[in-house]
Design a protein around this ligand. Sequence first.
Ligand code: MRU
Length: 393
Amino acid sequence: MADQYARTPDGEQPSRPGPLRWDEPPEGPVVVLLDQRRLPAEEAELVCTDVPALVEAIRSLAVRGAPVLGIAGAYGVALAAARGYDVAEAASLLEGARPTAVNLGYGVRRAAEAYKSAVVKGADVRQAAAAVLAEARRLHREDAEASERMARHGLALLDELLPGGSHRILTHCNTGRLISGGEGTAFAVALAAHRVGRLRHLWVDETRPLLQGARLTAYEAARNGMAHTLLTDNAAGSLFAAGEVDAVLIGADRIAADGSVANKVGSYPLAVLARYHHVPFIVVAPTTTVDPATRDGASIEVEQRSGREVTELSAPLAPATVTGVTAMPVPRAPEAASGVPAALVAPVGTRAYNPAFDVTPPELVTAVVTEEGVVSPVTGAGIAELCARSRQV
Ligand code: MRU
């Protein structure tokens, strides 16, 4: 992909390209993804021509992160409608692709509802497809706006909690432009701080096992000219102990009615560290990530992924062939004569515990920042009030 990034006058290189777009080449409509499995090595596009291909792209993390999963799901329904597939079946396939991020089901259902309501109003197939595409585009735009507002609220909160500050922020996983219609969630707050000269340093957790921090956040931080340093997840403790962290900023995949936060595995240990070291632990997420229908943390379904992601370093970066997808060739791990992948990091047959997410209880969360404002302290009542404000209940 050509480097089409415009440089801003001060030399900052925006964290483009975006994670996905709708396109209509002569062969028919497609959803085009920036293949995040290939980053940072290359910015390769993955063209999904059908819903099973998009579902596989979601499962294998070519597109990932809660808000953009909702947008991808909505475009997936639009793809089904435009190509004349069974929309209800497509919606159910898409919604089932990954269980934890509530945004995926939200985006899919919103698009499917738009389709249904167009049909009920007497739209023909083409008109119904246009209605669902318009809904997907609306969700995409709304997410961009939400991102901007979260960045504003988040920056104001940082300034309030850390007055006079030039902030040293620790973040986990990837929450920037790659997961959003805009600049992201937690990363967008750090970026806003950077733009006003108040980000002293961004500490980037590598985020085992799939390295979203190392591969994606470091890539986005570099693109935006932010001072940053990568650390292994288990180095965070000594960083706190050295007094090098002023605040933790993370995103969320689902926030339950009681304020429990599901996010990338490794978030909960950071919350415990932050509490011990009296450092604010701030969650930044759009209201579409708040799920009043999930009562508490124990009710959140945490995705369990293949142990191979832990035992083989190459596994996430060498996806199986996906049908209906046009992609650049993916480099596979070289295999020794024995057939054992060169990147095997544990003895053959080792079982691995590989939850993709963990759950942080509300009492460890200093604040939840949304586009509708800040919830702090984080309680069931605060979340209910937020939901009422954003008309989700
Ligand atoms: O497994 P992933 O890469 O989809 O997990 C993503 C995260 O956990 C992000 O932190 C989360 O979606 C928040 S992004 C707003």
